[in-house]
Design a protein around this ligand. Structure first.
Ligand code: 5RP
Length: 230
């Protein structure tokens, strides 16, 4: 996505923000465009408080003087705005390309409303071309990976389940100190069944299937901004 489309999506999302709101702040380059646009409004006097979904977003929000809080102090949020790696029918999302899926899901679930912002390339008919991020605890990695592969196979899904690594080759660590497995199933025709199967596997902390969380998508294209409701 070009930077301009990210900015367009982020700025369009601002129309849904009202003074006094408690906001979930997503992670990734599109969410970052929103946070930057929000920072400009806060500098002009908009009163909001944000819960960041990653250390990265927290640092950005702090640099823009956006007041932050936690889900200990504020247990329910008005609105979360976040990006996605894929947006399928019924606004089922794949998230976690940026490694923040656990906090992103906790924050989205604590929000009355989640808006997903993206460019048109993220809209798909069937999700799964983007490898599904699955956050796992480091202990028992081999055994957990086998269980994920078996659960997927039982649903007719196949493909490599690979440990995410940094550019230096070390296992990628999430803000919560977990690993991420990226599952390249290519097509996930029944996300709900896969989500249910993954949730039963010990060692799986969370997965990047966001089902029933986003209620609005703001899609930026060179031709303009489209909104899709669930
Ligand atoms: C981070 C995410 C991001 O929202 C997702 O990866 C999209 O990122 P970008 O806006 O940079 O394409 O889920 O965990």
């Amino acid at each position: 996505m070009s930077v301009d489309l990210k900015r367009l999506a982020g700025e369009a999302a601002l129309a849904h923000v009202e003074s006094g709101m408690r906001l979930g702040l997503g992670t990734g380059s599109t969410a970052e465009a929103f946070v930057r646009a929000l920072g400009a409004r806060v500098a002009e006097g908009l009163q909001v408080v944000g819960v960041p979904t990653s250390d990265r977003t927290a640092a950005l929000a702090e640099s823009l003087s956006i007041p932050l809080t936690t889900l200990e102090d504020v247990t329910e949020l008005n609105l979360t705005i976040d990006g996605a790696d894929e947006i399928g029918p019924d606004l089922v999302l794949i998230k976690g390309g940026g490694g923040a899926l656990l906090r992103e899901k906790i924050v989205a679930a604590a929000s009355r409303k989640m808006i997903v912002i993206a460019d048109g390339s993220k809209l798909v008919q069937t999700i799964g071309a983007f490898p599904l991020p699955i956050e796992v605890v480091p202990f028992g990695l081999g055994s957990t990976t086998l269980k994920i592969e078996a659960a997927a196979q039982a649903l007719g899904l196949q493909g490599p389940v690979a440990l995410r690594r940094t550019s230096e080759g070390a296992p990628y660590l999430t803000d919560g100190g977990h690993f991420i497995l990226d599952a390249s199933f290519r097509r996930i025709p029944d996300p709900k069944a896969l989500a249910e199967a993954l949730a039963t596997i010990p060692g799986v902390v969370e997965h990047g299937l966001f089902i029933g969380l986003a209620s609005l998508a703001i899609i930026a294209r060179t031709s303009g901004v489209e909104t899709i409701s669930r």
